[in-house]
Design a protein around this ligand. Structure first.
Ligand SMILES: Nc1nc2c(c(=O)[nH]1)N[C@H]1C(S)=C(S)[C@@H](COP(=O)(O)O)O[C@H]1N2
Ligand SMILES: [Mo]
Length: 473
């Protein structure tokens, strides 16, 4: 939702920027601890890696890949702004733009349309960002900004047909009820009309056969099976058919990557980059864990998951037990359709002691498969290197090692960090960044553009602290 549509919210956000402690400020309760999460609809998250508490950004732990269908308790959350509360009684979906007649639909009317279900991988474009070298700003996701979910809802194309799409339509723009914090841009994303009119994209109101939970977009969200989930707009309120490409920040600047290789660490003009769209083949080894010890000669049931994008089902799954020198086929264990991830297995008796490098590699019927070396891109999108782990094959498996000693605590932050930065967001989002002084300087500029009030006398102290405490990887 555009900020100027809700002046009440704008006032609240401005107060937050002024410091939550100021008189009359709206306190946003912190409902989170490191491992539990209780949003207002009571759906608990279990064992999540907390990347940010406010807004809500939660990563699925590695154990989550063992589920064939990801339960909502384990499903990652990625929200750019604070989670809006939507009142179903007054909620409407408006369809307008270059259409024959604009349409407004209530939730009841949407539920009466033909229902479809699909199991589809939902993966953030930034999943795996923390593996890039050199590191860049952004949420430092490891493997778990992804889940495999059963979606239920109506076809986007059915809803568009109700409004009658004009022949000059080129893109379909989605808008949700979330309100940007400070001067940030509204989260609006578009997809080509040709994609929107295919049977796959859904407006989903169910997740794993239950009403869509608040954090995942209640009451309605976009689902584009096979595409990265940055266009899967949550808390959907508006669909606009456009006669030219959308120019907003989240299309023209964010979610773009170079078509070919660029020198790692260089800035690339967004105009020279393409929007991130379809998912690429990808794998995660789920058993055993990296650096696990296993007994020589004993049967080992290796497990992993593989997926691909855009309706190109995963057709190739290969495993290497010798660091990529030789490859063998894995055994598919599950199948939930072309947009779902598949669990795969491989049974092996490690023949002799030593350290083994195990790799899993997925591919699709177009011949696309995973790289062994990732091409770098400025925002760290699309990480899909063939996953590898190491295991130690030993005569006798040792008792588990004692927990490592606590590492030295980071130096105390300057008071100005709290009053300047930790007002719109918590410090957990700062602590995961690994940036050079120049990159930190640019982050402060960005925050100022977004509405942070950095006092000139505090700037150097904040920059010194951040660049000393959170240097590049
Ligand atoms: N309205 C709205 N929709 C949104 C977002 C957002 O911030 N606001 N984040 C997007 C991004 S980047 C991702 S990866 C997915 C995450 O969906 P989830 O939170 O259900 O996991 O939602 C997308 N839809
Ligand atoms: Mo995302």
């Amino acid at each position: 939702m555009a900020m100027n549509e809700t002046s009440y919210s704008r006032r609240n956000m401005m107060r937050l920027i002024g410091g939550a402690a100021a008189a009359g400020a709206v306190a946003i309760p912190n409902l989170y601890s490191a491992t539990t999460w209780a949003p207002n609809d009571g759906k608990k998250k279990i064992g999540m890696i907390v990347r940010s508490t406010r807004p809500e950004d939660l990563e699925m732990p590695m154990e989550g890949f063992k589920d064939d269908i990801t339960p909502v308790e384990r499903l990652f959350v990625r929200s750019h702004h604070y989670t809006p509360k939507v009142n179903l009684a007054t909620w409407k979906l408006k369809i307008g733009g270059v259409v024959d007649k604009p349409v407004e639909l209530t939730f009841e009317q949407i539920q009466k349309l033909p229902k479809v279900e699909v199991v589809a991988v939902m993966e953030c474009a930034g999943n795996g960002r923390s593996f890039y070298q050199p590191s860049m700003a952004g949420l430092q996701w490891e493997h778990g900004a992804v889940g495999n979910v059963r979606w239920g809802g109506v076809r986007l194309s059915d809803v568009l047909k109700m409004a009658g799409v004009g022949s000059n339509g080129v893109e379909v723009l989605f808008d949700g009820a979330d309100v940007p914090v400070g001067q940030q841009s509204d989260f609006q994303r578009s997809i080509p009309l040709t994609k929107a009119m295919t049977p796959e994209p859904l407006l989903a109101y169910e997740l794993n056969n239950e009403p869509l939970p608040t954090s995942h977009g209640f009451p309605l969200r976009v689902v584009v099976p096979g595409w990265a989930s940055d266009c899967w707009v949550k808390w959907l309120t508006g669909i606009t058919v456009l006669d030219k490409p959308f120019e907003g920040f989240y299309m023209k600047t964010a979610y773009r990557a170079p078509a070919g290789p660029v020198k790692p660490g260089t800035a690339v003009d967004p105009a020279a980059m393409q929007p991130v769209t379809k998912l690429k083949p990808k794998s995660v080894i789920t058993f055993p864990e990296h650096n696990a010890q296993v007994k020589v000669g004993e049967t080992l049931n290796l497990r992993g998951v593989v997926w691909s994008g855009d309706g190109h089902p995963v057709t190739m799954g290969k495993i290497s037990l010798d660091g990529g020198a030789t490859w063998e086929d894995v055994r598919p264990i599950t199948y939930n359709g072309p947009y779902a991830w598949r669990t795969v297995g491989f049974t092996w008796q490690p023949p002799k002691e030593g350290y083994y490098r195990i790799m899993l590699r997925a591919g699709d019927h177009t011949g696309d498969s995973q790289p062994h070396v990732q091409a770098w891109n400025p925002s760290g999108y699309g990480w899909n290197v063939a996953h590898s782990i190491g295991i130690e094959v030993v005569k006798e498996v040792a008792a588990p090692a004692p927990a490592p000693a606590e590492t030295a605590a980071a130096p105390a932050p300057p008071a100005s960090l709290k009053t300047t930065c930790v007002t719109c967001h918590e410090d957990n989002v700062i602590k995961q960044q690994k940036l050079s002084r120049t990159q930190w300087d640019r982050e402060i500029d960005k925050m100022v553009r977004w509405g942070a009030k950095v006092k000139p006398e505090d700037r150097a102290t904040i920059l010194d602290y951040l660049s000393k405490t959170y240097p590049p990887r």
